[in-house]
Design a protein around this ligand. Sequence first.
Ligand code: 1PR
Length: 523
Amino acid sequence: MIAFLDYGAGNVRSVINAIESLGEEVRVVQTAEDILSAERLVFPGVGAFGSMMNILNEKNYVAPLRDYLNSGRPFLGICLGLQALFEGSEEAPGVRGLGFIPGLVKRFDIDLSVPHIGWNGLNIKKPSRIFTGLGGNEKFYFVHSYHVVPKDDGAVLTTTDYGCEFVSSIQIGNITATQFHPEKSGSSGLRILKNFLETSEEQSIPVRSAQTTRLAKRIIACLDVRTNDRGDLVVTKGDQYDVREKGVVRNFGKPVELARRYYQEGADEITFLNITGFRDFPLEDMPMLEVLRQTSKNVFVPLTIGGGIRDYRDKNGRQYKALEVASEYFRSGADKVSIGSDAVLIVEEYLRTGRKTGLSSIEEISRVYGNQAVVISIDPRRVYVRSPDAVKHQVIETTIPGPRGEGYCWYQCTIKGGREGRDLDAITLAQVCEKLGAGEILLNCIDRDGTNLGFDLELINAVSEAVSIPVIASSGAGRVEHFYEVFTLTEAESALAAGIFHRKEVPIAEVKNHLKGKVEIRL
Ligand code: 1PR
């Protein structure tokens, strides 16, 4: 029996699912006494350091946790569950951590995109039973803006390179804690969890061939989901956002089954977009929550969900905050939420008033769950102009001229799945969203969607040069070469595709085989 510390923030369901998939039973800690009497304790942390410590303090868990750690019984901390062991964090000045390990948690101070999101390797510093069965070159899923800095190296189990060499896990006796998410790291992550759960004392140190670790470019499978005319929830796919063929919604199968297939085929991440979320209310649209619950039972890579994340008033007049919608998604197994239409309206309001309210979905969700949990999904389309100063928007020079030979364009933001164009450009949208707390940009392109013509590299370059958060290139992938192109000609950290995977035209393994040896990827 594993005691499991759930302090109520974020996606702990996937950790429970991962442990249960290994045949162990989990008991969620309900009281301080449950911590004191635990024999093995798992503490997955998600969200922000300050709110985590506040909740631990409110629940009177801090002293029992310290006692547990000092007892030397097996403990596994994950992500914030590692950071909590330290004295404090730059993320929440003045808030005290558990102080079990001397040192602080610091924000990345590097030239690369922050958060550090994605699959990276481990430099192993000492033997541990946690490594049994690993080859040493595996990659694990990270998502964080802060990293631990112990006062001395004694506890350091692994380091990872990302603009600097940072501590990615620690071990002191039976106390192990990782910055990466084993529960989101596919079979290698499950192996680490299994090693923790087993009591073997055998210590192992895998041999790694590379000198430094490198963040992999991610291949993301995207499932656009909606109810078809017969009332079934299906994965569909549009051509320039039109999902109907001869009047009928295209049907590529069931979301849970397809997600599982993509996991098995090697997708680094899976995104569900509830494409009619702008008119449905997700908390009434229970099937999407169920899709997440079912998917997270056997898909152990990160899951993002988008569609309908916004404030909402139901038919009885009750007001719901976007934060509540997002919380329900996180509880059901999502790691990140993606905000589309609402982000456009928030940015318009910000540009009108010049003020942050602190109350927008982007600000509230990132405050509680951390920036990395908030993805902004942009649905832009090209608007051609004759000169760079023809409009007030951020205009780019293009090598693909417009219908009247125009040499410039701007990227108009749309809402409601491309149905309504707004007076706002995608570059400005991305910049303001970053300022408001977004952690990643999912950059679609209506002109390229479903065309198989390749990604809009000009759009991707324009946006990724304007922000410092990671950009996911989306729309238009048709061949393996398009992935190579987007990773070598732009700064995109991931590439997302839908149609070619659904139609089995280009399997994920083929994309990875093509990239192998040329672009850093997770094999
Ligand atoms: O506005 O917060 O409710 O979120 C709605 C979400 O649904 C947004 O993320 C929006 O992008 C998405 N969406 C709305 N309508 C459509 C549609 O297609 N009619 N899908 C839609 C967006 C675009 C990509 C697609 C790539 C790759 N789909 O996700 O998967 O373009 O496709 P490809 O590889 O086949 O070219 P809100």
